[in-house]
Structure formats: C-alpha cells, structure tokens
Design a protein around this ligand. Structure first.
Ligand SMILES: Cc1ncc(COP(=O)(O)O)c(C=O)c1O
Length: 371
C-alpha cells in the first residue's frame, strides 16, 4: 500500500509532501460509516454552512465563461485588493490554494534538518505532518491546564534548538482556545535568534474576546512573523481554495517561488467580490455564529457537560469517555463530528452548524451521551 511513510522511505519525500494536504483532508473528513444517511449533518471539518456570500456567487457566475484563460494580467490588482483589505502592501502577501499552500511553503522554507518546527499538542496537524514528512524535527509542547499554549515553553524550545519555526494556531484547532494578545506580544518580543513565528489565523474572525488580536501589526512592523489567513472559514469558501500569507517583503520573496501558480480566477473573483463588502459580511457572520455557539454552550452548561470555552466556529466537548467511540456512534445516527485528537482523549470536536443542524446535533449527542 502506498503510505506517506513508505514514500518517505523510498526517498521521495517531496512527492509525498505534495500529496499530503489532500490526504490529510481526506483523513480528516473520513467518517467510517458504510451507508451514510442521506440527510447527514456534517459537523466534522469546521466548514461554514453559509457558503460563499451572494456577491461572490454572482461574481463567479460572471467569470465562468472566460475561465478558459489564466487571467494573469488581473492578478496584480487581485493581490493589491487582498493586501489592501488588511492594510498591507502587495509585496507583503502571497496567495495560495487555501492557507494550506502558504503554511506548506512556510514550513518548507523556515524549517530544516537542524531547524525544528515547534508547536503545541494538539494543534492543526497540516504543518506538523508536513514537517515530519520532510524529515524536519518537530517539537510539540504540552498545553497548559486551561488548554492554552505556553508561549514561554515555545520560546524556550526554540532557544534550545538554536532557532526554529514556532507555529501558533490562534484560535487553536482543535481546542478553539486562544493565545492572548499579551502572550503573542511577549513571544514576538522574546523570539530567540534564528526563529520565525508562524501565526495561523484561519479562525480569528469568529472570536469575540478582547484578548484575541491579529498578529498582522507585527508584519507591518517588520518582525520575524508570518500570519496566514484563509477564505475557507468565515467567508464560506473552503472548496474555492484561497488563502494568503502576510509577512515582511523579504520573507514573502522567499515563499513566493515555492507556490504553485496563480490561484483560480473563479475563486479570486469570489474573494474580491466579498472584500467589497468585507465589514458587513464579517459582522453578520460572526454575530450569527456567536449566537448559535452561545446557545450550544448554554445547553451544555444546563446539563453539566464540560467544554473548552470556544473562540472559533467549533468547540471541544468533554464526553466523559473516549471520544473516538463517541465520534463513531454519532454518524450512525446522522451527525458527523470531528475525529479524535490525542492526547485530549475525552474531548469531542464539533463544528457549529446552522440552528437546524445544531438541533439535530443536540438530539443525537444526548442520545449517545446517555447510553
Ligand atoms: C487551523 C487551520 N489552518 C489552516 C487550515 C487549512 O485550510 P485551507 O487550506 O482551506 O485554508 C485549516 C483547515 O481546516 C485549519 O483548521
């Protein structure tokens, strides 16, 4: 069987790395039920059930007939629009096929056989699995009691290794916990020599806490910081595959040659159309999600079910037993939930869906919880 390990053993780690994101996604999406119910509720991949905003759908329809062309000449403006939406200059960003591509190129560029990737366990596995397949050392530190990252430990490990790439997912996937602005501040001010900080802000728009702040100001200040963003989550465009990395121009210059090519023009137009109404789209979607999330938290509290305070479009619930079994029982009853995330063995990751989907979730969750 062709596995990532066998590929690596045969000395074609690079080929394996190219396959990796797709395989990782497939694994994450996998639900082992032979006959899936037709009306399955999908709460397993942190997608946004709202999908792309109507302005994006219209923009895509308009460009489809001319999608036989690459549209290279449009990309200067597209990149400028994306950069401007975060008050950055075009030379401070590089786009990718989802944020996966720019996370990938960041790991490829800023880790080496002697320069580890340093993160927490568990964090989003994409960059961690990639570093491993490339044969780069990986150091994972323990979460604190409250499930947050210990930034002091991360810096300490980078110092011991004489430099590395520190990966902080904020809010973190799978915990939905945040690293506070104060802690990111400290980490940036105390980055050891030869160390770059990679902050993955895939879910930042869903957070409401005043302690959660973007790390983009450090990019503008020219620090050794890369911030990745995606249009897959709050913008509801996971299948359109657009993300970007923001960093100092000299860092972007190092990442750019490793990217595949321009992104799809259909997806690019969807993104620029959404950015035309960015503030309203973000506000409406954040508000709607926060309400549904609050209702679920209240429902769990009423039943004395513990959970990690969520700051994303998903949350981790303590099911009081191995969550792997729990997560296998639920799809049989029509609700797909996240896979297991060791070492958090009793915690189940659940994406926040529509109100109707969450009603079904509550019904099925309670049935399984009570058995
Ligand atoms: C934290 C985090 N970062 C990055 C990604 C990659 O997403 P995409 O490539 O769609 O931007 C995901 C996907 O779920 C994620 O959870």
């Amino acid at each position: 069987m062709l596995t990532r390990r066998s590929l690596a053993q045969f000395g074609i780690a690079a080929a394996a790395a190219r396959l990796l994101p797709e395989m990782a996604y497939a694994q994450r999406a996998a639900v082992n039920v032979a006959d899936l119910p037709k009306d399955m509720v999908w709460l397993n991949a942190n997608e946004n059930p709202a999908g792309p905003p109507p302005v994006s759908l219209a923009a895509m329809q308009q460009v489809l007939p001319t999608s036989g062309r690459y549209h290279y000449q449009e990309f200067r403006d597209i990149y400028a629009t994306i950069a401007r939406s975060e008050e950055l200059a075009p030379e401070q960003i590089v786009t990718g096929c989802g944020s996966s591509e720019v996370l990938h190129t960041s790991v490829e560029t800023f880790t080496s056989a002697t320069r580890p990737l340093i993160s927490v366990a568990p964090a989003y596995e994409g960059p961690i699995e990639l570093a491993r397949i490339l044969g780069r050392p990986v150091i994972l530190t323990k979460l604190r009691e409250d499930y947050t990252a210990d930034v002091h430990k991360l810096a300490e490990e980078a110092d011991k290794a004489h430099g590395g790439l520190i990966y902080v997912c904020n809010p973190n996937n799978p915990t939905a916990a945040i690293t506070t602005a104060k802690e990111i501040d400290w980490l940036v001010a105390n980055l050891p020599a030869n160390t770059t900080l990679l902050v993955d802000e895939a879910y930042i728009h869903f957070g409401e806490s005043p302690d959660l702040k973007t790390a983009l100001p450090y990019v503008r200040q020219g620090k050794d910081v890369i911030v990745t963003r995606t249009y897959s989550k709050i913008y509801g465009m996971a299948g359109l595959r657009v993300g970007f990395a923001a960093a100092r121009p000299d860092i972007i210059e190092r990442l750019t040659p490793l990217r595949m090519n321009v992104i799809s023009i259909v997806s690019a137009r969807a993104v620029t159309a959404a950015l035309g109404d960015q503030q309203n789209i973000l506000r409406e979607r954040r508000t709607a999600l926060a309400r549904t999330r609050r209702e679920l938290c209240a429902w769990l509290r009423e039943r004395n079910v513990k959970f990690i305070e969520p700051h994303a479009n998903f949350m981790m619930i303590d099911v009081g037993r191995n969550s792997r079994e729990f997560g296998t029982a639920m799809p049989r009853l029509g609700v797909a939930v996240g896979r297991a995330f060791p070492p958090l063995d009793n915690l189940l990751r659940v994406t926040i869906g529509t109100d109707q989907e969450m009603a079904k979730f509550r019904e099925v969750f309670w049935k399984v919880y009570k058995t």
